[in-house]
Design a protein around this ligand. Structure first.
Ligand code: GCO
Length: 472
């Protein structure tokens, strides 16, 4: 076998998000989030009618969590802060000290054991009061987020060196406001989703500028980034129309979020702007449904990130679709075996395919298109069905780490890698039917018993030795 080693200083870690693991949804004065509302009002949207009320109960068992992180030997832990725990109304009129205390404790515990906290400020869970006002479709959401960011930076900037402002704007906007597969469950495809995109990108940029002005200028060494959904797409074959469809797909899923920050010209990609304007016209709208960025907004966004957080899971095959050309679903993902003859174990879901070459290729693509942006793998993972066995996760982890190391040897600038997920959690509308954890969680036990899966042991070994062997 071929062996390769990760460089000294490369960060290995694991990740979770607040709604998915914390539980304690209304304890210690936490406010209601839009996921609390969504799941309580529509229990049927979640498989098994579970929800995040208790989840893995990390709110009470964070000591055990940190113990597990020490067992794994990770360099960092990526977790998110629940906005509604800090600001129950969403706004700064009522700052909840008890909520802050929880994160004080967690961060204290991590730092005590030399585990770098990587803090996500927003991972899908808007305070519901703000959702009542339109949430991310309301342009004021930009200021709401800045208000919240001010409190987090003030409290934690002396301790936290890696910040992720927003996690996966595409999922928040397209799935939450475009169709109703995620909270807040608003079904306004081609309209509310694009309002959300503009507002959320500006919210990120303003928070970034806030840190830059108040902290960086004062010698704080923190890095502030945004985590994007960065799956790879390949044309199903070399037919011109499919190659073009794939390019467009990349523009809608990657370019829409990357271009405003990382492209030379800034702003949203032309093909996205043109397509949405054209579609709108056909439907009789007098203005494009993708709000324009002013020159000032473009300048605010340009360069507004110290790193690109990459949430990479899989590769899709794309062919020209027959459906509407107005949101990323306009193309048909072709669901075929991407493993290219390799002996990859398949996961249960149709959206997840083990295709490590896709990670290598997406790095080629962004290096070429965006001039070697600094990146951080903020998520990569695999799910298995409930149970302890996870040979498929082990194979997947090894394959992708090997591909990542190859990408770095070929010039990719990568701070670290974050396995998703540290432990089993509430996988949004899939509930607890999809298990992403390195650690299994026994959800039916009082203490939410956590048990290391084989992948945890393998990962621990990789972290220890910094060596990865080719197996794909
Ligand atoms: C995200 C993701 C995670 C998921 C993971 C597996 O928004 O970052 O939705 O929270 O658990 O992507 O689907």
């Amino acid at each position: 076998t071929k062996q390769r080693s990760f460089r000294e200083g490369f960060l290995f870690g694991a990740g979770t998000s607040a709604y998915q693991v914390e539980g304690a949804w209304n304890e210690d004065d936490k406010g209601e989030s839009m996921w609390d509302r969504f799941t309580h009002e529509h229990p049927e949207v979640i498989e098994g009618a579970t929800n995040g009320d208790v989840a893995s109960d990390s709110y009470h068992f964070y000591h055990r969590d940190v113990e597990m992180l020490r067992e794994l030997g990770v360099d960092h832990y990526r977790f998110s802060i629940a906005w509604s725990r800090i600001l129950p109304t969403g706004l700064s009129n009522k700052v909840n000290e008890k909520g802050l205390k929880y994160y004080d404790n967690l961060i204290y515990e991590l730092i005590k054991y030399n585990i770098e906290p990587v803090v996500t400020m927003y991972h899908m869970d808007l305070p519901n009061r703000l959702q009542d006002l339109g949430g991310w479709a309301n342009p004021l959401s930009v200021e709401w987020f800045v208000e919240y960011a001010t409190i987090l930076f003030e409290r934690y900037s002396s301790k936290v060196k890696y910040w992720v402002t927003i996690n996966q704007p595409n999922k928040i906007c397209m799935d939450g406001y475009g169709d109703h597969s995620m909270a807040p469950g608003i079904n306004m495809k081609g309209i509310a989703d694009y309002l959300c995109v503009k507002n959320i990108m500006l919210a990120h940029a303003k928070a970034y500028r806030l840190y830059e002005k108040n902290y960086k200028a004062n010698n704080y060494k923190g890095l502030v980034g945004i985590a994007l959904s960065m799956n790879w797409a390949e044309p199903v074959n070399n037919k011109t129309e499919n190659v073009k469809a794939t390019d467009d797909y990349r523009a809608f899923t990657i370019g829409l979020y990357m271009d405003p920050i990382w492209s030379a010209e800034g702003g949203f990609p032309k093909v996205v702007r043109d397509t949405i304007a054209k579609k709108g016209k056909e439907k009789g709208f007098s203005k494009s449904r993708l709000p324009e960025l002013s020159a000032e907004e473009m300048a605010l966004l340009k360069g507004a990130a110290d790193f690109l957080g990459m949430n990479h899971y899989t590769t899709f095959l794309v062919q020209k679709g027959s459906t509407d050309y107005e949101s990323p679903s306009f193309l048909d993902d072709v669901n075929v075996d991407l493993t290219q003859g390799k002996d990859w174990k398949k996961s249960r879901s149709s959206w997840l395919e083990g295709a490590p070459f896709g990670l290598y290729k997406i790095y080629l693509y962004i290096n070429q298109k965006y001039d070697y942006p600094k990146t951080f793998i903020t998520e990569h993972g695999w799910f298995t069905k409930p149970g302890i066995g996870d040979q498929s996760r082990v194979d997947n982890l090894r394959g992708y780490l090997f591909a990542l190391q190859l990408a770095m040897e070929d010039g990719a600038d990568v701070i670290g890698y974050t396995a998703w997920s540290f432990m089993d959690n509430v996988e949004w509308t899939a509930g607890i039917s999809e298990r992403f954890g390195l650690y299994e969680v026994a959800f039916d036990s009082e203490e939410k018993k956590r048990t290391a899966r084989m992948s945890a042991l393998v990962y621990k070994r990789i972290i220890e030795t910094r060596i990865i062997e080719e197996n794909w």
